[in-house]
Design a protein around this ligand. Structure first.
Ligand code: ATP
Length: 275
């Protein structure tokens, strides 16, 4: 993972056609909490969308509903261009990275990355090339035989990303994946994710609290508000196709951070007025 690789050119947004659409999704939990109200969002192929908002505004709830890890109370999720399985989910089209790497501690790095393919019935021998390619793509080809306890937090997260990518999902969902990591590791992983996005051209929805992270990564930022949780502002981010250390220190990046930060402040204020 060199700086050159991190600075790879980013993909174009494919088309005007959504690969997934949230349509008027409302979520009320069994304890009565209204987590989302009438949330609609069209996600187009090749986009890198950050869901940004204050704690409790429903970012994770929205992501989990898109992933099929929770059902909406009303409204629906449409997959206009995917083959849908019996559970109403797209076949093999979605990968999920959680804040915690959630690796199996008793299994090697290789076996952890094999898991999604194993669940699809792909034997280890047949998966060998794909797993090793996946590990190489996150700089961990030499750690296939290691156990999670032997890795740093950043390396464990890389394994988690390789595992989510091993089925080559069209849509990668990431729920605050780097929130628990130190700033230096976080910046490196931000560059890794941009490089993977460039290499594989998947669509990404990335949940974060960080204005700076969202401004660095995204082609589009959806700012959410709380009480009720819903989209407050939806912004296209006019950034250069190449993002690297120079971009991090540029006036363009500073201005984007300012614009996003202002939108976030307005979203927080709107929720305060409503409560
Ligand atoms: N399983 C649940 N049962 C009841 N309430 C829940 C459940 N999960 C989330 N909530 C509530 O729904 C609201 C939205 O939570 P959610 O985790 O989606 O917000 P978030 O924006 O991701 O927050 P954070 O940034 O702190 O992770 C919160 O009020 C939360 O307490």
């Amino acid at each position: 993972m060199t700086d050159t690789a991190a600075a790879a050119r980013l993909p174009e947004v494919e088309s005007s056609r959504a690969i997934v659409s949230m349509r008027n999704v409302t979520k009320v939990f069994s304890n009565g909490t209204l987590a989302l109200k009438d949330m609609s969002l069209d996600v187009k192929g090749g986009e890198f969308i950050s869901l940004l908002g204050p704690s409790g505004c429903g970012k994770s709830t929205a992501l989990r509903i898109i992933a099929g890890l929770g059902a909406p109370s009303s409204g629906n999720i449409d997959w206009p261009s995917s083959k849908i399985n019996a559970k109403g989910l797209p076949e093999g089209d979605v990968g999920f990275v959680f804040q915690d790497p959630t690796l199996m501690p008793w299994a090697t790095v290789f076996d952890n990355v094999h898991l999604p393919l194993k669940l699809q019935g792909v034997a280890k021998a047949d998966a060998q090339n794909r797993i090793m390619e996946g590990l190489a793509s996150v700089g961990l080809a030499d750690f296939a035989k290691a156990y999670p306890r032997e890795l740093s937090g950043g390396m464990r997260m890389r394994v988690s990303i390789a595992r989510a990518m091993v089925t080559r999902p069209r849509l990668l969902l990431m729920d605050e994946p780097f929130a628990a990591l130190d700033e230096i590791t976080r910046q490196k992983l931000n560059d890794d994710v941009l490089r993977l996005w460039s290499q594989f051209g998947m669509t990404v929805i990335f949940v974060t609290h960080s204005v700076y992270e969202s401004a660095y990564l995204s082609s589009r930022i959806v700012v959410m508000r709380a009480r009720p949780g819903q989209v407050f502002t939806d912004m296209q981010i006019a950034q250069p196709a190449i993002r690297d250390h120079d971009y991090r220190t540029s006036e363009g990046y500073r201005q984007t951070c300012q614009t996003v930060s202002d939108a976030l402040q307005r979203a927080i204020h709107a929720a305060e007025i409503a409560s």
